[in-house]
Design a binder for this molecule. Structure first.
Ligand code: SF4
Length: 756
């Protein structure tokens, strides 16, 4: 829980210098070419280096504040030399200092001037020297830009910023008071709770009130979205909660949350839907800077009006946000990023809070926000987090940009090419796990990144391909920065040509996301992670790095065991080595069940390859049985068509892969689905990478096999089987097609309400 005062409280408007300047002193174009700025750790290290070089008596991190009417502005100046007197604002950077754009520099000056005024007022100074210190993290060089200012000038500047902000701040204070009053009076928007729903809501309410985290397993159909949102919003005012983030693994989950929020009709409440940049972008062929994209040009000049309109609208789902953005000619995606700060409930993807560069997360930390996190379908977070903290660099992408790269990039690219070749020569196996990060390669990549970003600044035209490559490089470098015990780096040779050195694919793989997720949980006042499949909770708790005191709730299923007939097929092995021999028996089980009770079934397999084998055998042996199948890389329309085949009148078997698009999140009540066949235990494939994972998890948790294979596999099985019973009227069958399902260690991982 936060110990510091919130950045805006409900009695007086308090604002950080950084926020005030970003609000009132940012003008001109949006420009994304300046991302080679160092990481937070580099920034701290840079500040420490610079301030350590200063003479005795130099003051660091000086806390300062000043008032403007009811507005209290506060912050910490980087450094102050009282003998001159000189105030320093330190910014770390990489590459050429002259390419820092004018509007970024103006923002840095604004911060220096505000601190300058605060010091003049506090120490009764008539004049002060302000210096912007740009510190190059790569070569340790400082570029110092000093200017003397009178206290009168600085006061006038400070007041001009405050005048621009104070009206907004007053409105914010009033908005928060009205919002909290509305939330305190919030009533559940249905006549009663569904079975289990009240229990879930009460647990969420209690954990938010206690500032604790909660793992909640609750069956499908009890209204988890409404229960968790209602309880958190109801508990929020008493806790001084600034914001609630509702995070989902997939788009349909976002829609459910938006419907629940609409249904609650809280007024006023600012609700913001966040989507990925490629989904919100209006000009996918352009780069994100004013010389390329019209919605980036003058973005900050038009942002204040767009922000006002958005705050007034309150309801900002994707369509509403787009409409406001286009009306004010600003980019919808970056308008959404700005509105994060000013919204009450944000509905987005896991990425928006957990990714390494997640804006919602950095805002929570920088503004010291008290936030409630609601993590929907949380069983997906383990795998999603692994992906967020992993990155791959493919030589094909590098060779493609190198072919057409301009002369200015040649030197850095050649160096990178040499380092890549050196790795290829040192490691000739098809797959090699390196003991540590390849330092020389990473250094060459960093230099290439600096050269690339400097080049893009000077040559805005024709930058789209290079910009994509730069983003890839920067992401890889970000993942490399957090590389540690929880990850591994490996090299894979995509293809070999005799006599030629082939550059390997370099992959940084996160295996255990817990250590990287821990700071996220620490930053949240309370987090509720919920899903129908969170068992065993100790496994989920460990791999997500949740605190040991995280509360646990397992809401019993409201369904009757008589609704679901669960059968294990004896004497049938779907182990890889046994598949060919057991295929006939497997399709026979399916055809027999279908013959006994014709209707709609889903059949799940562990891979597309296995799915195809079973499908072909069934078609060959039972040609009259209607079938349809999932295929690799299905787009949205194909997925919809697959689901649309399941109607109240139709009959047949839909073939799908476990853990894929149809293994969870689809709702086929009544006769639309009467049964599921599940072949295999969903265990991940045994290969060098999963074996590395097993070894690491064994060393860390003492349960390598269970944490790598058995538990994730069974979660997929239970999720898939969960498609069959969707309501109190449903009846159906689940056929578990592998003899291992009868083993006690497997049976205990199946839902308690199933009668086997
Ligand atoms: S519209 Fe697209 S290209 Fe333009 S700034 Fe937004 S995201 Fe970038």
């Amino acid at each position: 829980m936060s110990a510091n005062p919130p950045f805006i409280d409900t009695t007086a408007a308090t604002v950080a210098v950084r926020v005030l300047c970003a609000f009132a002193a940012k003008t001109g174009d949006l420009d994304l070419r300046f991302t080679p700025s160092p990481s937070a750790q580099d920034g701290i290290a840079g500040h420490t280096t610079v301030t350590a070089r200063r003479a005795a008596g130099y003051q660091r991190e000086v806390p300062l504040s000043a008032r403007f009417g009811e507005l209290l502005v506060q912050g910490r100046a980087d450094g102050f030399d009282p003998t001159t007197p000189r105030l320093e604002e330190i910014k770390t950077h990489r590459g050429d200092v002259t390419v820092i754009p004018e509007n970024h520099r103006e923002l840095h000056w604004a911060q220096a001037r505000v601190y300058g005024w605060m010091l003049c007022e506090q120490l009764s100074l008539e004049r002060i020297e302000l210096a912007l210190v740009y510190f190059n993290i790569d070569n340790g060089q400082e570029t110092v830009l000093p200017v003397w200012h009178s206290a009168i000038e600085l006061k006038a500047f400070f007041e001009s910023l405050c005048e621009r902000y104070v009206g907004w701040a007053r409105a914010e204070v009033a908005h928060h008071a009205a919002r909290d009053a509305a939330l305190q009076a919030l009533v559940f928007p249905f006549e009663g709770f569904r079975p289990g729903q009240r229990e879930l809501a009460a647990a969420v309410y209690r954990s938010h009130r206690a500032g604790r985290h909660l793992l909640a397993q609750a069956p499908t159909g009890i209204g988890k979205t409404m229960a968790t949102l209602f309880a958190t919003l109801r508990a929020a005012p008493a806790q001084g909660t600034h914001k609630v983030f509702y995070l989902t693994a997939k788009t349909p989950g976002r829609q459910l949350a938006l419907h629940a929020l609409q249904r609650m009709k809280v007024q006023p409440l600012r609700v913001l839907e966040l989507v990925a940049r490629d989904k919100a972008c209006e000009h996918p062929d352009k780069a994100c800077h004013g010389e390329s994209c019209p919605l980036a040009r003058g973005f900050y000049d038009r942002l204040p009006q767009a922000r006002e309109a958005a705050a007034e609208a309150g309801w900002l789902d994707k369509a509403a946000l787009r409409e406001i953005a286009l009306r004010h000619e600003v980019c919808p995606y970056y308008l959404g990023q700005d509105l994060l700060r000013w919204s009450d409930v944000v509905v987005g993807d896991f990425n928006h809070f957990f990714d390494l560069s997640a804006h919602a997360w950095s805002l929570t930390v920088s503004d010291d926000l008290r936030v409630g996190l609601l993590v929907d379908e949380a069983h997906n977070l383990i795998e999603r987090a692994r992906l967020m903290y992993s990155a791959e660099l493919h030589p094909r992408a590098f060779h493609a940009v190198r072919k057409t790269a301009p002369a200015a990039l040649k030197k850095a690219m050649d160096r990178l090419h040499r380092q890549w070749s050196a790795l290829a020569r040192q490691h000739t196996q098809d797959h090699t796990v390196l003991p540590d990060l390849p330092g020389a390669f990473i250094e060459a990549l960093q230099r290439h990144n600096v050269a690339l970003s400097n080049h893009l600044v000077h040559t805005p035209e024709g930058a789209a391909g290079l910009q994509d490559w730069m983003f890839e490089v920067q992401r890889f470098l970000r993942v490399a920065e957090v590389f540690g015990e929880h990850s591994l780096v490996d090299l894979t040779h995509p293809q070999r040509v005799a006599g030629r050195v082939r550059h390997p694919v370099i992959t940084l793989r996160n295996l255990d996301p817990g250590p990287l997720l821990q700071p996220r949980w620490q930053a949240a006042h309370s987090a509720t992670l919920f899903s129908a499949t969170l068992s065993p909770m100790g496994y989920v708790n460990d791999l997500l790095g949740l605190p040991a005191d995280t509360a646990r709730l397992d809401v019993p299923s409201p369904f009757d065991a008589a609704q679901l007939q669960v059968r294990v097929t004896p004497h049938l092995s779907t182990r890889y080595a046994d598949r060919a021999a057991s295929l006939d028996r497997l399709v026979d089980v399916m055809a027999t069940q279908y013959g006994e009770r014709p209707g709609n079934y889903l059949a799940f397999f562990s891979s597309f390859e296995y799915l195809q084998q079973a499908l072909q055998r069934l078609q060959a042996t039972h040609p009259a049985l209607p079938v349809w199948a999932q295929s690799r890389g299905m787009g949205e329309p194909e997925r919809e068509a697959f689901v649309a085949r399941f109607t109240e009148q139709s009959r047949g078997i839909g073939f799908a892969v476990l853990g894929g698009a149809f293994g969870e999140g689809i709702d086929l009540p009544g006769q639309r689905l009467i049964g599921a066949f599940i072949a295999t235990l969903g265990l991940p494939q045994v290969n060098p990478v999963t074996e590395q994972l097993r070894a690491r998890l064994q060393a860390r948790f003492g349960q390598g096999y269970d944490y790598t294979y058995l538990f994730p596999g069974l979660q997929k099985v239970v999720q898939a089987a969960g498609r069959v019973i969707r309501g109190p009227q449903d009846e159906g069958v689940v056929v578990l097609m592998d003899e291992r399902f009868a083993r006690p260690e497997v049976r205990r991982l199946l839902p308690a309400w199933w009668r086997l």
